[in-house]
Design a protein around this ligand. Structure first.
Ligand code: PGA
Length: 268
């Protein structure tokens, strides 16, 4: 029997703008980013801009006809209902292509659990949205030597009920809580790139064990936490690391473009 050719996963750079930008700033940043990345985005690297909900429409319009994609930062697990302030997957479909789910800031400030994140992942997929699912240990878990156990448990839980075929539309982001920046210009210490790659390999292996290797090979594995143009290369150079989730360093078009170009150079 001949071996199947290795799966080629296109690198992915996700800009998580969190709550950093005003609506008008988001639209302006999207326009400028578009012009900076016209030749690169969607060809050698997939680039996703994730603004706050009120800026989604404006950013979508700013990116229309380009190969840059729009992502949301969250959605509600239920289809519809009495959930004041929440946003449904159906309301995002057609507006966003991707959605960040299970970010540690949602887990910390809104009490989200792996089980809830799993329900959100399934809801997103049902509406054709591509989930970017965040996992990662706290500093206390790291110090207690629980990083691997935490990662295994989280990955198994957040992808519970996801069919193998859907993994090609998903990404998992390893974001240790202690590595996430405190804000623009305030990066935190990062894990060694080989450690991040090892943990992402474990994440893929967990899903290969549950859903089948041929499906898990299509999952894109990202690192996130204080990534910028200086630090990105060391991570995406690691085998099995398919891209990055960037917060603070992504809110300026120049900062984001520098990260995307570094990823492209590394992969060409
Ligand atoms: P950071 O954020 O790049 O500002 O550390 C990453 C994230 O929280 O997704």
């Amino acid at each position: 029997m001949t071996e199947a050719p290795p799966v080629v996963r296109r690198p992915l750079v996700v800009a998580n703008w969190k709550m950093y930008l005003a609506r008008s700033e988001s639209v302006r940043a999207a326009r400028t980013t578009r012009s900076f990345l016209a030749r690169v985005a969607g060809r050698s690297v997939d680039v996703v801009l994730c603004p706050s909900f009120p800026a989604l429409v404006g950013v979508q319009e700013a990116l229309a006809g380009s190969r840059l994609a729009v992502g949301a930062q969250d959605l509600h697990a239920e289809e519809r209902g009495p959930y004041t302030g929440d946003v449904a997957a159906a309301q995002l479909a057609g507006l966003a292509r991707y959605v960040i789910l299970g970010h540690s800031e949602r887990r910390r400030h809104h009490g989200e659990t792996d089980e809830l994140v799993a329900a959100k992942v399934r809801r997103a997929l049902r509406h054709g949205l591509r989930p970017i699912v965040c996992v990662g240990e706290s500093a206390e878990e790291r110090d207690a030597g629980e990083t691997v156990a935490r990662l295994r448990t989280s990955v198994a839980a957040v992808f519970h009920g996801v069919p193998g075929l859907s993994l090609a539309h998903c990404a998992v982001a390893y974001e240790p809580l202690w590595a996430i920046s405190v804000g623009p210009g305030s990066p935190s210490p990062q894990p060694a790139p080989e450690d991040a790659a090892h943990l992402l390999g474990l994440a893929r292996a967990v899903l290969a064990g549950r859903l089948g290797r041929r499906y898990a090979e299509h999952l894109r594995c990202l690192y996130g936490g204080s990534v910028d143009a200086q630090t990105v290369t060391a991570f995406v150079r690691e085998p099995g690391v398919d891209g990055v989730l960037v917060g603070a360093a992504s809110i300026t078009p120049g900062g984001l473009a520098a990260v995307v170009h570094a990823v492209r150079l590394c992969r060409s």
